[in-house]
Design a binder for this molecule. Sequence first.
Ligand code: SF4
Length: 337
Amino acid sequence: MPDEGINLETNDIRYRYPWGNEQRYYSYTQYIRQLFGGRVQKLTIDAGFSCPHRQGRSGSGGCTYCNNAAFNPSYCEPSKSVTQQLREGVEFHAVRYRRAKGYLAYFQAYTNTYAPIEKLRSLFLEAASFPGVVGLVVGTRPDCLSEEVIDLLEEINKNTLVFTELGVESIHSETLERVHRGHGWSESRHAIVQLAEAGLHVGVHLILGLPGEDVPMMLESIAQVCELPVNSLKLHQLQVLKGTALAQEWAENPSSVKLFTLEGYMELLGRLVPHIPAGIALERVTAEAPPAYLIAPHWGLIRNDAVLKRFEEQLERLDAWQGKALGAKRVEYVGND
Ligand code: SF4
């Protein structure tokens, strides 16, 4: 069995692309394989949560770019129970992919910690007890993690691993205000530290190309987030989706929102990824909104895996790799999975 993953003493990276070349970044697939010893399938759940920022507590209208409906698979409907959605998720994936070793129940839509604690307990435990579920993934906002919510996640994490996914998006207050995030960087930083101290896996979501941001600002977001105890990052390009305030802003003044071409985005990733520490898994580097929701940018009918391949070719062309700018060495490795 070849040596894979990160050598924490030397900070070297040893892994491969699925299609056989050397890999130049630490993929989430690799991270999950190391934790569970095999392939684990995420099953998305829409448990009918809302978002305090769209309605209720911290604001109204939501983030200017948000159309949550664009990210829900067809089998996810809050009218179905958690168990029913997981059952349908298993069937949906069984006909498309090879069998997984286990499942991660992914509470994705809206803010999945915005509900009374007993409701959260009941939904999370229902998912954790579904046959084959080995972990929960809980997407939320940094300002929706009270002490009792973190205690609950910590308790569940003792038997079923809990991966938190935090929408941070940027560290810059002018950006966060402009896109109407409804929280600041200090709340994000506090939430990351609290989650890590509770022993939970911490994943952070950042959007690249938010209005008004240049490359140094994005680099600064990455640097400050990666100084904290973060396990994984999800990066994606800004997209203009139907039904959002951003769509209106863009329609009224297209030059106010700078969107990446595919080539421009690859260049950007080639500059940013060497600044990400080698031990932080990259869960995604791009997003793919369904055509029915996407206004711009259009990169043709290119799918996520094709974009990923372009990203890997870009790293190869630049002879760059994750962590290179921070001194991580790369070990050339060719072997069998
Ligand atoms: S992006 Fe998240 S936090 Fe912002 S409005 Fe949408 S669901 Fe709420």
